[in-house]
Design a protein around this ligand. Structure first.
Ligand SMILES: Cc1ncc(COP(=O)(O)O)c(C=O)c1O
Length: 374
């Protein structure tokens, strides 16, 4: 499939209208009781943070937090978050998960946007009209790799002035180096908006190769980040965006519901500065685990493993077994749940994504895969 293949785009659009691109939560699939017995490799969140002490502290505070109204001003939450990100707090907008921010961006800032696929589905599904997402299919023959120069050329040929990039990519894990990203932003200063979703960037290395500290140079840049993954709190619903552009920030703030952050989420934000050292320890520990997982998967002959800058690894099954069959057998025979990527728009039927759950569980996954694919 070539990036310009119109039939492929039509096909993927059709697919979009009939299916959701999210995988079911494990509890939805097998019930809460059975879910506890299954290792969930679909779940892409840091297993080492919040620390057990932080969770115990949250638990102690729970009755009071539940009985209180959250603050109606975002100022304090922004201050706590900015302290660990080392950025200007006034340029942050915090949402009920990055998903809330993505929906707002799509509804209030964008008419048409370029979206490389496969991708995280919300960027397409939450458009006012799904036809407003101009899909840029990445080539499976080139491991779905995004090449910035080709992407920009295609966007300009199609008169698109808003572009999305996810770095590292989901589901591919592809990491675009910081210098390439900066060069891209310099080259696109004439465009209206470049959204860079950095939800997985904290797992990409040390120091973190994020655009955050350089963002104030680029008024067309909007960085989006989920906290579910790197802070390990998908249930709290926390995500944010950062831009130096006041017009963008004001527009988003105008439509953000008051009290969009709950008291637990606000309390958690207040705990970020005093636990920042533990956070970075947890982050680096997980990066090391992902390296081990990646190397172990690469040793399995029936898998083609994609390089990753995230806390998950994407692989292609090359022995003819489909991703759906592999997912099913892992669940039934080994009590492990992985992400079958077949329902991702623009992806074929042979890709599976696994997120590291710590080295002991990861080793069990690799062993199960060895048995099932030999
Ligand atoms: C690239 C990307 N951005 C944003 C999100 C949304 O995360 P949340 O709404 O949990 O913050 C996800 C979730 O998987 C994602 O993969």
């Amino acid at each position: 499939m070539q990036p310009h293949d119109h039939e492929a785009v039509t096909d993927t659009r059709r697919h979009l209208f009939y299916e959701t691109s999210h995988s079911p939560a494990l509890a939805d699939l097998v019930g809460y009781e059975r879910a506890a017995e299954i290792i969930d490799f679909c779940f892409i969140a840091n297993p080492y943070y919040p620390t057990p002490e932080m969770l115990a502290d949250l638990q102690r505070n729970l009755p009071n937090l539940i009985k209180s109204y959250p603050s109606s001003s975002p100022a304090l939450a922004q201050k706590h978050l900015a302290a660990v990100l080392h950025v200007n707090p006034d340029n942050l907008v915090i949402g009920n998960g990055a998903t809330e921010i993505i929906a707002l961006i799509n509804q209030t800032l964008i008419d048409r946007i370029a979206v490389p696929i496969p991708t995280f589905g919300e960027y397409i599904e939450k458009m006012k009209d799904r036809r407003d997402a101009e899909l840029y299919p990445l080539d499976p023959e080139r491991r779905y790799e995004l090449r910035l120069d080709e992407y920009l050329r295609w966007a300009r040929e199609n008169n698109l002035t808003s572009l999305l990039l996810i770095n590292p990519g989901n589901p591919t894990g592809q990491l675009l180096p910081l210098d390439e990203m900066v060069a891209f932003l310099k080259e696109t200063k004439d465009l209206e908006l470049v959204i860079v979703d950095e939800s997985f960037i904290d797992f990409a290395g040390d120091p973190v190769p994020s655009l955050l500290t350089l963002a104030d140079q680029f008024s067309h840049l909007l960085i989006v980040r989920s906290m579910s993954k790197h802070c390990g709190v998908p249930g709290l619903r926390l995500g944010y965006c950062y831009s130096p552009n006041r017009y963008i920030l004001n527009r988003l703030r105008r439509f953000l519901p008051t009290w969009n952050l709950n008291t637990l989420a606000q309390y958690f934000l207040s705990q970020l500065p005093p636990t920042d050292a533990q956070y970075h320890e947890a982050r680096k520990r997980l990066i090391a685990d992902v390296r081990l997982l990646y190397d172990a998967l690469r040793a399995l002959p029936a898998l083609e493993v994609y390089p990753t800058g995230a806390n998950f690894v994407l692989f292609k099954v090359t022995n003819g077994m489909t991703a759906t069959e592999l997912q099913h057998r892992l669940l039934e025979e080994h009590r492990m749940y992985v992400r079958d990527c077949s329902n991702k728009v623009g992806m074929d039927r042979f890709h599976v994504r696994v997120a590291s759950q710590g080295r002991e569980k990861d080793a069990r996954l690799v062993e199960a895969l060895r048995v099932l694919t030999r």
